[in-house]
Design a protein around this ligand. Structure first.
Ligand code: FAD
Length: 426
């Protein structure tokens, strides 16, 4: 009997999951596994945590949901605790597994694990097969090699829009044949819910698909996305898909095909296009990470010169983190982040710009703080956007300070947002 392991990582879904579909197609039975690796919760060299409490909770919710969905297909999610390079080969040996199927990771640190697992698997006569499943466009469908990816977004976007395509969806399996998978007593970390939060984020594919349906077909907010995307309050000014995309509870291809379906039913406009345009930004940063690897974590990023005027000042750093800088707009955004694990795109642009140009701190400390706090933390989108703003990434115009006063007037004219976060409490 052919037995495979499906090693779930940041692809916690059944729908449009090529890795899982391949694991099922090539074997008689599959063991779906998640490895809870404590290294994911350690401190970073910047003194911040790799994963804060909001994302930890969201991750556990996503695992519970995946387990439920798998059980409804006759299987379940096996939970292993430890490091994948030890636990996966142990499991492979115990069940005489021939192949392990997993998702390819893009960022430097995450990429170290797969070769270590592969090496350990070889020793027990087992192979590792990996698939790239987190982008809208597939790397091998791009009109250029990874090495030749344009460094400027517009060049990247126009080329992929013209010369590439988005593949069809991969169907969710109807039945999953597995050996008996023991039930897990999941421990859900406690969090404080803030009633000012934009949305009550719940992890898992079920919640992701429900949000996709709500945003597109119930509130139909996608039809006005381009006009509302820079707002700050409430569930529907933007899609909020990022939290589910980050854990892979939802694939960007699923969003793409659902937006196309929306367009067929209700008509296409600037807004429906713009949502896909933003997903192309996400792909852009992911492919750039494949190209430049660990350089995105350097102070000088992908450039040859260091950013100007970097100072070290713990106190300034703390005031920014806590939302006590004295700039109301910045403070309101940081308070929202700390209380909910989310911040709007406008807020992220401005708090990062303030960090780099007003406080003149090492941008990596800001990026590391976002890494800890954001539910939707995604290594490429976070470090890529921070490097961009700091002037050491892919902004062709170099480092540019945003005009915070002007944008505060533009996006929070009546101070509604500032009042919400500075003058009211949970
Ligand atoms: C300093 C900084 C840090 C960021 N860190 C992250 C991060 O860790 N994780 C993350 O997913 N996004 C990050 N972003 C990008 C963006 O702010 C969020 O994706 C967006 O605010 C999430 O809300 P939404 O899903 O409602 O977005 P929407 O406006 O509805 O956009 C739809 C989707 O497009 C993608 N997208 C939108 N804007 C960007 C962008 N600038 N870069 C890459 N993808 C984008 C996201 O996947 C998003 O879910 C960061 C931006 C900045 C400026």
């Amino acid at each position: 009997m052919k037995t495979a392991i499906m090693w779930f990582k940041t692809d916690l879904r059944l729908a449009d999951n090529e890795t899982f579909a391949q694991a099922i197609a090539s074997s008689d039975q599959v063991i779906p596994v998640y490895v809870w690796d404590e290294r994911l919760f350690e401190k970073t060299p910047y003194g911040t945590l790799k994963t804060g409490i909001f994302r930890k909770r969201f991750l556990v919710e996503s695992l519970i949901d995946l387990d439920k969905r798998l059980r409804s297909k006759g299987s379940g999610l096996m939970l292993l605790k430890g490091s994948p390079e030890i636990e996966i080969p142990k499991l492979a040996q115990a069940y005489h597994v021939q192949k392990v199927f997993a998702k390819r990771e893009v960022a430097f640190e995450e990429k170290q694990t797969a070769p270590a697992v592969e090496k350990a698997l070889w020793k027990v006569g087992c192979e590792l097969e990996i698939y790239s499943t987190s982008t809208l466009f597939r790397a091998d469908d791009l009109p250029f090699s990874i090495k030749q990816i344009p460094e400027v977004f517009t060049a990247f976007r126009t080329k992929v829009e013209k010369d590439s395509f988005v593949r069809e969806l991969i169907a969710e399996p109807e039945v999953v044949v597995s050996p008996t998978i023991p039930k897990v007593n999941w421990e859900l970390p406690e969090i404080m819910r803030d009633n000012r939060a934009v949305l009550l984020f719940e992890g898992g594919e079920t919640a992701a698909l429900s949000r996709l349906n709500d945003y597109l077909f119930v509130s139909k907010s996608v039809a006005s996305y381009k006009q509302t995307r820079n707002e700050l309050i409430g569930p529907d000014y933007s899609s909020k898909f990022s939290v589910w995309l980050a854990q892979g509870c939802l694939s960007p291809k699923t969003i793409y095909h659902e937006v196309r379906r929306f367009e067929e039913l209700h008509g296409a406009n600037d807004s429906t296009y713009w949502l896909i345009f933003e997903l192309i930004w996400r792909d852009f940063f992911r492919f750039l990470f494949k190209k430049h690897n660990e350089r995105f974590f350097y102070l000088k990023g992908i450039k040859s010169a260091y950013p100007n005027q970097i100072i070290h000042n713990e106190q300034l750093l703390e005031t920014w983190k806590k939302g006590e800088t004295g700039n109301d707009f910045i403070d309101a955004n940081m308070k929202e982040l700390n209380a909910t694990g989310f911040m709007s795109n406008r807020g992220r642009q401005l708090t990062a710009s303030y960090f780099c140009y007003e406080l003149q701190l090492d941008w990596r400390l800001g990026a590391a703080y976002f890494e800890e706090q954001l539910i939707d933390y995604d290594v490429s989108s976070n470090w890529g956007n921070w490097a961009y703003i700091a002037g050491v990434g892919n902004d062709p115009r170099g480092g540019r300070a945003l005009d915070i006063e002007k944008q505060t007037q533009q996006y929070d004219k009546n101070a509604t947002y500032r009042k919400l976060w500075l003058e009211t409490s949970n």
